[in-house]
Design a protein around this ligand. Structure first.
Ligand code: AGP
Length: 516
């Protein structure tokens, strides 16, 4: 048996099996499950498939299991709950995995198995059943990914390739949806729930990690454009807190992989309480996408690097379009501002391309600061979540400790950290908060701190104060995060490379956290 996930009630099952005389070689929940199935098979004098079906009705947790027995060596029994399972359909062969990308070189036809489904797979046969032993019709999806899309394309690492793909991926995200000339935003997965969203009393963003940072940026955007109450929740907290959810609340689940266990369970719980679930997801056909009522794909293509980069900016592009559409429908945004933002949003891909031209300069900064022990990342308003994201990127790629803070929070304690060894990165693009951020820079300089700033082109004042700068083009503050994050992605990448670390597969991390 192959098992990915956690059997939560394994100790109870282990106790029952031990009382029946079973002896265990290991402490794993996997061995308990295997013996549990074995016991059922013997006790009920049934085949493996039936034994698995009966066993899974008692098992709780998140899992994918694949079983093979010596009586039927050409048959694999597979089941999942809460963890992803994809079956690649080949010619006279099948492939099983948690993601479709690696199957691309063998087949473009896949079947996504749902929770509480059982698959019986033989080389030339695929049968899908529910736990009630009823046959289901497998829905074979055609993958529109190309093999080239998952190769490095000449870059040293997937992460660098994906950072440089962002002009294209943001463009792909907008294409077919944003029409600045006509002044329209077309998102069918949102349109069908437009009335509920327009009349919602609040929106709750639910996500983890980088996707949670995208939700924080969206909180500022939605409150500014739609004048609606927005809350941003860590999915892992939201799922266990028994949150107050009213029928008609709108939950936006943000996820690159669409398989993050905490986010998936959080929206399953919210859905049962009557909320409308919208998914902002990258992987087509993923569990979160299929659990959501509606939503919009980010179309960033496969993100192979463990550190999320292009998915983050694509999430921001989608969330900005949803907010613009919602603000327009609610009448909380003027026609002029609406039109201006559409036009500016359309220009973001080329502004990201402009920003990427500084990669050699940022590589030099990485060389200069790679041995720092700690970093602080500071920002205000729309750039505060970007500061958090910049700190996360550095942590997960270079293993250097970094913290993100609202810039104004420094005086409430963290400024005690400042000395002449501490680089403080300011996300300080020109916006309504700019003058105050400049004051914060001066406070750091006065305490001998090192100031590295992400600034808007032409901001000579911040340049004079800073030890080093990274420049982005002028943009409306609502759209600036899609630009200001790019230098921070590059800084983290180049510091990781300068420290000879595995930037595509950092230690301790997984691309998709499908277990709790
Ligand atoms: C991002 O760089 C991290 N690898 C991680 O925080 C990630 O964003 C988080 O696990 C959420 O993943 P998801 O977007 O696939 O749900």
């Amino acid at each position: 048996m192959i098992h990915n996930g956690i059997i939560e009630n394994y100790s109870q099952l282990k106790k029952e099996l031990t009382n029946l005389g079973y002896v265990f070689e290991s402490d794993t929940d996997t061995e308990v499950l295997l013996n549990f199935i074995e016991e059922i098979k013997k006790n009920n004098n049934c085949g493996l498939e039936e034994a698995v079906r009966i066993a899974l009705k008692r098992v709780t947790g998140a899992y994918v299991i694949l079983l093979l027995d010596e009586e039927n060596p050409d048959t694999i029994i597979a089941a999942r709950k809460g963890s992803p399972l994809v079956i690649g359909v080949g010619k006279g062969e099948h492939f099983l995995g948690s993601d479709a990308s690696p199957m691309l070189e063998y087949t473009k036809e896949v079947v996504y198995v749902n929770d509480y489904e059982l698959a019986i797979i033989r080389p030339d046969e695929l049968i899908l059943k529910n736990l009630g032993n009823e046959k289901l019709t497998p829905y074979v999806q055609k993958l529109d990914l190309e093999l080239a899309a998952i190769e490095k394309g000449g870059f040293d690492h997937f992460m660098l390739k994906e950072i440089f793909e962002q002009p294209q991926t943001i463009y792909d995200c907008l294409r077919g949806r944003l029409d600045a000339v006509a002044g329209t935003i077309t998102m069918s997965g949102i349109q069908q729930y437009a009335d509920q969203i327009v009349n919602a009393n609040r929106i709750v963003m639910v996500a983890c990690g980088t996707s949670w940072h995208a939700g924080l940026v969206a909180e500022y955007i939605f409150e500014e454009l739609c004048r609606i109450n927005v809350e941003v929740e860590y999915a892992s907290e939201f799922r266990y807190r028994n949150p107050v959810i009213h029928k008609g609340d709108v939950i936006i689940a943000i996820s690159q992989s669409g398989e993050t266990a905490d986010t998936l369970v959080a929206i399953e719980n919210a859905k049962q309480k009557g909320a409308i679930i919208l998914g902002v997801v990258n992987v087509v056909g993923s569990s979160i996408a299929r659990t959501s009522h509606g939503g919009a794909y980010t179309h960033a293509g496969p993100e192979i690097g463990v550190a999320s980069t292009k998915a983050f900016t694509a999430q921001l592009a989608v969330l900005t379009m949803i907010a613009l559409k919602l603000g327009y429908l609610r009448g909380t945004i003027s026609e002029e501002r609406y039109r201006n933002l559409l036009t500016e949003l359309e220009q973001i891909p080329e502004k990201v391309a402009w920003t990427l031209q500084q990669s050699e300069h940022i590589k030099a900064l990485a060389e200069k600061y790679k041995d720092a022990r700690d970093f602080l990342y500071l920002g205000r308003g729309y750039n505060f979540p970007v500061a958090l994201e910049g700190a996360l990127k550095l942590k997960e790629i270079s293993y250097i400790h970094a913290e993100g803070y609202p810039a104004a929070e420094m005086k409430h304690g963290p400024i005690a950290l400042v000395d002449d060894q501490l680089p403080v990165v300011f996300v300080a693009t020109r916006d309504a908060y700019h003058e105050k951020v400049v004051s914060n820079m001066q406070e750091i300089k006065a305490r001998k701190g090192i100031v590295i700033s992400v600034i808007t082109e032409g901001d000579s004042h911040s340049t004079d104060i800073s030890d080093d700068v990274m420049i982005v083009p002028e943009a409306d503050e609502i759209l600036a995060p899609m630009l200001s994050v790019v230098p921070l992605q590059l800084l983290a990448y180049y510091i990781g490379v300068a420290k000879n670390l595995d930037v595509d597969k950092p230690r301790n991390l997984a691309k998709s956290v499908t277990v709790e």
